[in-house]
Design a protein around this ligand. Sequence first.
Ligand code: MN
Length: 630
Amino acid sequence: MGAKRIFNIIVITSTFWFSVTILVLMFSNEMTRESLTMLNAPVVLDKSKNHKYMILAGVQPLRPNEKHIKYPWEKDTDGQSEKSQGILAISAKAMMGVIPRKNQGSKRKVYDASIGKMKDTMSLGEGGRAAFLKSDEDKKLAEKFFANHSFNWLLSDRLSLDRTLEDVRSPSCKVKHDNYPRNLPTTSVIICFHKERLSVLLRTVHSVINRTPPHLLQEVIVVDDFSQDPKLAKPLDDGVKEFTKVKVLRMKKREGLVRARLQGAYAAKGDVLTFLDSHCEATPGWAEPLLGRIAEKRSNVVCPAIEVINADTFAYQGSTNADQRGGFSWDLFFRWKGIPPEEQKLRKDDSDPIRTPTMAGGLFSIHRQYFFDIGTYDEEMDIWGGENLELSFRVWMCGGRLEIVTCSRVGHVFRKYTSPYKFPDGVERTLTKNFNRLAEVWMDEYKELYYNKKPQAKNSDYGDISKRVALRKRLNCHSFKWYIDNVYPDVQMPELNPPARGEVRNPSSGYCLDSLGAKPEHNARVGIYVCHGQAGNQMFVLSSKGEIIFEEENCLDVSKTYAGAPVEMMKCHGLGGNQKWDHSKAHGILKHISTQQCLDKGSPGNQYAIMNPCDGRESQRWVFSHYKDK
Ligand SMILES: [Mn+2]
């Protein structure tokens, strides 16, 4: 009898606890599912299950430190839920063996709608946070091969390909997002690379797939410009196998950016071509603002705001160019420039696009048919360089419009130090050929400003440009003067025929004035260095106002009157004063008017030029390499 009673008690107790366990778990899961659905409600585009995609308008992506949904067995870091869950839940968990282990306290899983998965938000680099390699071996390894990629390649390998990023858009951009029509043009995203790190390339692809609404993404075309690297062969194919929308094209020899992109463009079927570098991450809501602008007018060529992903930590650092637009220097390099106030006034708020004279080149969208109509790229341009300005000039001069669409934000890993690319014909020869073609086809009489700045390019061979000249004629394009007057009136315009220009040599020593690569905005001192005849840092202009100008907008400036006073490079103000000099070929000195001292090379071994009382010594003699022809 006693035994049966004990047996009954055991059965009843077990049944009771078992039921409690099941109920608690069901309840918890139900709650979880419900909350997930609530979170997802505005997110889900359609009912299909097997997609990974982006977040529609207005949905906040995960913030790493914010609380989202927790499974009941996850330990709450603030310690509240342990108490509030009550004794029953804890008993249930204990019986099911799901009591959290102590060291899991820092992990927190949340549902990430953008990839349709549970995700550990505390893991490396999530939310675009800075990440670090932990072990000394890793750090050494990363450092040892750093130059291969010029970014922290090993850290990249450790970050999730689907890592979350914050929604970095401004409030007015989010409001705008709700008003895009559903039937925007579709886009083919074209990503060209040469010897890219696979993880960085794949993260670019994943970010596009995850954050572009599927009905707008025609395909992703990845073009390998002859990397000849087994790590980018099968592993790449395997890496994109899960995505039916991703194609890989491989060039049969090294073609360079222009011809690789063209292969992508020929294969593309989307309404719009979107070119991205192979080391980017698209952020939530990046695609619609670009496509929306092209839907308004197919001759709008649009660039996203390019934001910084730190090359050491992969931190998504946001915008450094928020108040800047594209320009160029007269040696035909792309430059960021401030937005002139008149231009800023044309925008109602920060969600309006910014007209930009040029694009940086790596990231932009263009209507596919329009791209072909206006002559794609100059196919004779090799490897890299000049193609961005060529397209910029052509779009503007031939009836299009170039904009930075600030509501679209894309992160870009800015490599540290220099590009790891190899130019088979040498950097200088390749760039000179590309830049000469650009100047000869598009810049009319303004090409002389380029040759003034880069005299060694003048007699350099640039191949046959007749097709591009014919294209310009056929499209009935404006003159370069029209472009300057209407699109880029704020350009720093050097004199076409200044009194003197070129390197500024001290004949007795063979030393020249040299910016030493300093950033003039930091009031750098002007240096001296052995003359190298390569222009660049040794290229100065003596203006008819008596200024000695470096890089169009920086003037040699002296404010101290003592012997040995420093000479600084400061923004030209055009008012004479501390920036006014006197020089003639005949007397060979550079005399500073307001202090009445002379520019002096100083003693041998000096790094910087100085000012001294004028006494005609050899270290005060200076000769420009070119003087105005009378
Ligand atoms: Mn890049």
